[in-house]
Ligand binder design. Sequence first.
Ligand code: SAM
Length: 218
Amino acid sequence: MMIDDERARLKMVDEQLAARGIKDRRVLSAMGRVPRHRFVEEALRDRAYGDHALPIGEQQTISQPYMVALMTETLALKGSERVLEIGTGSGYQTAVLAELAAQVYSIERIVNLAAKARHLLASLGYRNVTIKVFDGTYGWKQEAPFDAILVTAGSPEIPMPLTEQLREGGRMVIPVGERTTQVLKKVTKTYAGIEVTALTGCVFVPLIGGHGWGDADA
Ligand code: SAM
């Protein structure tokens, strides 16, 4: 079983990530190490390394491997960064970030998901991750500024508190658009202000909160 999981994971890295243009060797090797099958329920284990998102309960999803790789690569992490993630979900993306940065702060609004992810990440040995239950559209002011911010849910706009909490030279990646479809955007903070570039179309669950969608819109 373990050998099958590892084989499936390396195949995922070759066929879904490297073959589609993910070049950052650190991202490819991190995703070759993180046991994605541990972040889905046992019944979905056989599909854990497939080219798709999967349900994780609470009407939420673990993102498609390629999307995780693309978002992570966009942050250009070198190892010394403090990273903020909005939307812990299963904790899979959190683990990939923890492999590549010094410290990861992750916010999840659903208590059960945060508790499960916290437990799993600790049991896998990740010591550089802190998770809290909160509305992530307000960021994490006490720990700001961040070198990089990754938002894993679709927002109607770029939340102002997040750009404020990005340090100069910092990068943020965030899906922005409608409730059901968005465009993945890269936001760079420079001394002159904010630069935004569009990367690709995407489909994420809604970012719900004060600077996101209203609860009733979800
Ligand atoms: N990256 C996750 C993974 O690897 O499993 C997938 C995250 S899922 C696509 C999006 C997550 O964002 C959901 O768990 C959802 O509850 C969470 N979320 C939505 N709005 C939020 C908010 N305002 N603050 C924090 N988390 C939020």
